[in-house]
Design a protein around this ligand. Structure first.
Ligand code: AMP
Ligand code: MG
Length: 340
C-alpha cells in the first residue's frame, strides 16, 4: 500500500514558516504538494524539473498532450520563462495579477518540454493566494500546477476533495481553506494578434476588454486550448442539462416514478417532492455559482444518484465560464470521454 499523504493546515493570510519549509523541501526533492489557490487547489511540482513534472501526470492520470500552467510569484520570474514579454502582457499582469488570468507566451529554453506538452508556448499565472505565493517564494522556483484532482473528476475547492482523489498518490496537502473563485483561470493566448481566450474562467471577457477591446474568444474556445477537448469535471452519475424549470420538474417526476434516485442542481428554487431526490440549490449570481459548483457536484456524487438533472445556467455573458464548465461536466463540449 502507498503511504498516506501528509496534510498540514496553514493559515491563509499568515502561512506558518514551518509548513512552508516542509513543503518547499518536498518540492526541491522533486515531490508533489497540493496547494490552495484562489481558483481551485493545484497539484504543484518544480516546473523546471522534468522528472518532478512527470509525477504530476502520473498522479492525476493526465494525458501527456495536456500542458500545465506554471505559477509564478513575481513578474521577474514570469519574464525569465518566456522569450518575449509584450507590452500588453505587462498591462494585463498589472490589471489582473495576482489573479485568475493565465497568459500564454513563447517559452524560454528553461521550460522543459513536458510542461508545455512539447509546444512552443508556456502558460503563466500569478495566483492570488498568500499560501501559494509564499510557497513559490520559499521554494525559489516556478510551480507547474494543474488542478489537484484525478483526471476527468471535478476540480477540488477544498483540501478534503484533494484527499478524496489523491490520498497516497502525492506527498503533501497544504490545507489553506476553501478556494474562493471556485473555477479555473481564464487562459488568454498572446501568441495571436488580437489575443484570444482559449478557455473562459475567473476573469471575464468584459474585464479583459477594459485593457484591450480587441480581445475575443478563440473561434472554438472549448477546443482551441490543448487538453480542453478531454472529458473534464465529470461526476460519477450522468449529468443532464435541462433548459427550463417546468421541463426539469416533469423529467424529475418521471424518473422518480420509475424508481430512480435523482439529484437536481439549480440556481432557482424548485419545488419537487418525492423520496429518492436530493436537491442542491446554487447561488443565482455567476460568482456565487462558480464558488459552489464543484463542491456541489462532489457532494451529490456521494449520494450515488442514478442521474443528475441540472437546470441550465442563464445565458448572460457573465455566465460564459459556468456554461463552459456545465457543458463539459455533462460530457459535451469536448470530444469522446477518455478513461484513465
Ligand atoms: P488546468 O488543467 O486547470 O491546469 O489547466 C491547464 C489548461 O491550460 C490546459 O488544459 C490548457 O487548456 C491550458 N494551457 C496550459 N498550457 C498551455 C499552453 N502552453 N498553450 C495553450 N494552453 C495551455
Ligand atoms: Mg484541471
Amino acid at each position: 500500500m502507498q503511504p498516506e499523504t501528509e496534510v498540514l493546515t496553514v493559515s491563509r493570510d499568515h502561512p506558518e514558516a514551518a509548513a512552508l519549509q516542509r513543503a518547499a523541501a518536498i518540492l526541491q526533492e522533486g515531490g508533489l504538494v497540493a496547494i490552495p489557490t484562489e481558483t481551485v487547489y493545484g497539484l504543484g511540482a518544480n516546473a523546471l524539473n522534468p522528472q518532478a513534472v512527470a509525477r504530476i501526470f502520473q498522479a492525476k492520470g493526465r494525458p501527456a498532450d495536456n500542458p500545465l500552467i506554471v505559477h509564478v510569484d513575481s513578474l521577474e520570474m514570469a519574464r525569465s520563462l518566456v522569450t518575449d514579454w509584450p507590452e500588453l502582457a505587462g498591462r494585463l499582469a498589472a490589471a489582473f495579477w495576482p489573479g485568475p488570468l493565465t497568459l500564454v507566451l513563447p517559452r524560454s529554453e528553461r521550460v522543459p518540454d513536458i510542461v508545455t506538452a512539447g509546444g512552443p508556448a508556456v502558460a503563466l499565472r500569478m495566483p492570488a493566494h498568500p499560501v501559494a505565493l509564499a510557497l513559490i517564494s520559499a521554494a525559489g522556483m516556478p510551480l507547474a500546477a494543474p488542478s489537484a484532482n484525478r483526471s476527468t473528476r471535478p476540480s477540488p475547492t477544498d483540501a478534503a476533495h484533494v484527499l478524496a482523489d489523491m490520498n497516497g498518490r502525492i506527498d503533501l496537502v497544504l490545507d489553506g481553506g476553501s478556494a474562493t473563485v471556485g473555477i479555473e483561470s481564464t487562459v488568454l493566448s498572446l501568441l495571436t494578434d488580437p489575443p484570444l481566450i482559449l478557455r473562459p474562467g475567473g476573469i471575464s471577457l468584459d474585464q479583459l476588454r477594459e485593457i484591450d477591446p480587441r480581445i475575443d474568444y478563440g473561434a472554438d474556445h472549448g477546443k482551441a486550448s490543448p487538453g480542453t477537448r478531454y472529458r473534464h469535471y465529470a461526476p460519477k452519475a450522468p449529468l443532464r442539462r435541462i433548459a427550463e424549470p417546468p421541463e426539469l420538474i416533469r423529467e424529475a417526476l418521471r424518473l422518480l416514478d420509475r424508481g430512480l434516485r435523482i439529484a437536481v442542481m439549480s440556481h432557482l428554487p424548485l419545488e419537487i417532492a418525492g423520496d429518492g431526490i436530493v436537491m442542491s440549490t446554487l447561488p443565482g449570481d455567476p460568482d456565487g455559482y462558480a464558488a459552489e459548483f464543484y463542491r456541489a457536484v462532489r457532494a451529490l456524487d456521494l449520494e450515488s444518484p442514478d442521474v443528475i438533472l441540472l437546470l441550465d445556467p442563464p445565458s448572460g455573458r457573465g455566465w460564459d465560464a459556468m456554461r463552459d464548465r456545465v457543458l463539459k461536466a455533462s460530457g459535451q463540449g469536448g470530444e469522446e470521454p477518455i478513461t484513465v
